[in-house]
Write a protein that binds this ligand. Structure first.
Ligand code: ATP
Length: 585
């Protein structure tokens, strides 16, 4: 129960609803328990009349009617109270579920990219969905059924003991056995259903991948092989399902058997006591109803125990993530004003997971409003520079200064608000094009969105779609071409109008003519803003105020286009190569 203590703050938050819920549960139980007593009285009244036929029939009828009306009244009140009991306690569990999901999601958002690399997406999703569901079962149904059981047990046993102590002892003998058996079966059911779930997710991952890669499957003619793989997986999944169904099928017959044994004990021992004149016929009836009433709550003891165990395990997994301290912390609450001066002073950076030394003593300075182009071979560290400016990672050694302040001394939100970042791999959400562009600035007007799209040279493409800017993009913007996706992504950064613009090789899928137009527009849009363009193309770099050439995490060349094309080195080679390509094209 140690892990579940995390929920105490939520129980405290909703203590009013919980206390009312618990009180209603107890009162409703008291009403429910009164019904068997009334039924017992009716049997005794009828029995009495049969044995004394000379008694007044009208008195008998009146007495019978009073009891029947009392039963109906009690049942109605118990019913209404049960409704409110669920309304309070189950609602509280839903509020806690909502709060917990938000708490986890908030934590996820705070955690750095490293965390996402170390943990699989499926695992992250499971903790916020499946694990929270398990915990909710504890916060709601488990508490409700426990209170139900405790109240029912105390009151019913008190009633029963008062009337026939020996009979009570005999009738409750099978109940603990039932409880233990249900616990064992619930555990087994859970074990098997977890396996079933695993297979279901394997199946859906398999089919999802097969559908996404359907063109490759068809092109290579491997449908029979994929079909065979699917059948094998589906067969194992079916076998696991059947094993689950078998244990579930065992559950009810076993309950019926144990209830039956209790009933037989009541009838047999109660019958003997009746013959001896120790108890009335009504008492036997009352006991039979009590035994049946007690069976389900007793069964829930086993069920609730396994719910609590599962909730404890789930909460443990949730706590593991909640306890992680975000690597990238906001050290300043005060908002920072970002002008856009960027300076790297002997910066070193190594990726934790791969141990790759991406930057090795990097130094350069860029004043606010200037443009820097970074070129270099793949894997030379270009994207890493942009990630460090956005503080997606913190540097290991050296200094990274923004406006002459250490980057980690700036307000993180202000820093990221001041950056418009276009990643190498454009990511678009399954939403309209309009919303995808507005993602950069939520309150952007339609005019601003269109202006940004025009500057990114994508307005004409969008206008050709039947639904224009309201065109909904499929998963990862599947309906757009690579170049269109890149341009929508550029429009997203432009509409934000940030002080720092970071373009990570985002014109690679665009033809040179469109690239030229976009670069001209960017010159206007980025006037007065600090801009960094990462590119493999000289055409993207040539107009920059500064150009740096990276190789293996170090700057190997520095200068302007005109300076660099006159010095032997990577830049000149690239220039000559690309010039000749253009020429031959
Ligand atoms: N998220 C990451 N985790 C671990 N290692 C990484 C990560 N990103 C990059 N690296 C490694 O760091 C080095 C620098 O990568 P980076 O992406 O900065 O290069 P790049 O110059 O932008 O390459 P490209 O031109 O191919 O985009 C590479 O060796 C790469 O494998």
């Amino acid at each position: 129960m140690k892990e579940l203590q995390h929920l105490n703050k939520y129980f405290l938050k909703y203590k009013k609803q919980l206390i009312i819920g618990i009180l209603i549960t107890i009162i409703s139980m008291l009403f429910k328990i009164y019904v068997p007593k009334l039924i017992g009285s009716i049997i005794d009244i009828v029995n009495n009349q049969l044995q004394n036929p000379e008694n007044s029939i009208s008195d008998f009828k009146q007495e019978l009617l009073n009891n029947i009306l009392l039963i109906i009244g009690t049942a109605i009140i118990a019913g209404i109270l049960t409704f409110f009991m669920r309304q309070y306690i189950i609602n509280v569990s839903r509020y806690i579920e909502f709060d917990l999901k938000n708490e986890i999601y908030q934590q996820y958002q705070k955690l750095s990219l490293n965390f996402y690399k170390k943990n699989r997406t499926g695992d992250l999703m499971n903790r916020i969905s499946e694990d929270v569901t398990q915990v909710r079962m504890y916060a709601g149904p488990a508490i409700m059924y426990s209170i139900n059981t405790i109240t029912l047990f105390i009151v019913a046993l008190a009633f029963m003991f008062k009337q026939a102590p020996t009979l009570t002892l005999y009738t409750i003998i099978p109940l603990p056995i039932l409880s233990v058996l249900i616990y064992l079966i619930s555990k087994e059911i859970h074990k098997r259903s977890t396996i079933v779930q695993e297979y279901l997710s394997k199946l859906s991952t398999f089919t999802q991948e097969a559908f996404s890669g359907i063109s490759v499957i068809k092109a290579y003619g491997i449908e029979p092989q994929t079909q065979a793989d699917f059948t094998t997986l589906a067969y194992t999944s079916k076998e696991k399902q059947l094993s689950l169904v078998r244990i579930q099928a065992f559950f009810f017959p076993m309950m019926i058997l144990l209830i039956g044994i209790s009933n037989i004990l009541v009838i047999y021992i109660g019958g003997m006591q009746y013959i001896n004149g120790e108890i009335s016929l009504g008492n036997i009836m009352e006991f039979i109803i009590y035994v049946n009433m007690l069976t389900w709550p007793v069964a829930t003891v086993g069920w609730v125990t396994s719910i609590i165990q599962r909730a404890e395990a789930s909460q443990k997994r949730i706590n593991e993530f909640l306890k992680i301290e975000p690597e990238i912390k906001n050290n300043t609450i005060e908002p920072s004003i970002i002008k856009g001066n960027i300076e790297f002073k002997n910066v070193y950076f190594t990726y934790d997971d791969t141990n790759i030394k991406a930057l090795k003593g990097l130094s350069f300075k860029l004043n606010s409003g200037e443009t820097l182009a970074i070129v270099g071979k793949t894997g030379s560290g270009k994207s890493t520079i942009l990630d460090l400016i956005g503080r997606l990672y913190d540097i290991n050694k050296g200094q990274l200064l923004i406006d002459n302040k250490e980057i980690d001394q700036l307000n993180l939100t202000s820093l990221r608000d001041a950056i418009g970042y276009v990643p190498q791999d454009a990511f678009l959400f399954s939403d309209t094009i309009n919303n995808n562009i507005k993602f950069g600035k939520e309150n952007a007007t339609d005019e601003e969105v269109i202006a940004a799209a025009k500057n990114a040279q994508v307005h004409k493409n969008i206008s050709k779609f039947t639904n224009g800017y309201q065109t909904v993009l499929g998963e990862r913007g599947i309906t757009l071409s690579g170049g269109q996706k890149q341009r929508v992504s550029i429009a997203r950064a432009i509409v934000k109008n940030p002080q720092i613009l970071l373009f990570d090789d985002c014109l690679s899928a665009v033809d040179t003519e469109t690239e030229e137009k976009i670069l001209n527009n960017l010159k206007k849009v980025s006037a007065g803003k600090t801009t960094i363009i990462v590119s493999h193309r000289i055409s993207s770099a040539k107009n920059a105020d500064h150009i740096i050439v990276l190789d293996d995490g170090k700057i190997v060349q520095k200068g302007t286009h005109n300076q660099l094309i006159n010095i032997d080195g990577y830049y000149k080679e690239l220039y000559i190569k690309q010039m000749s390509e253009n020429y031959t094209n």
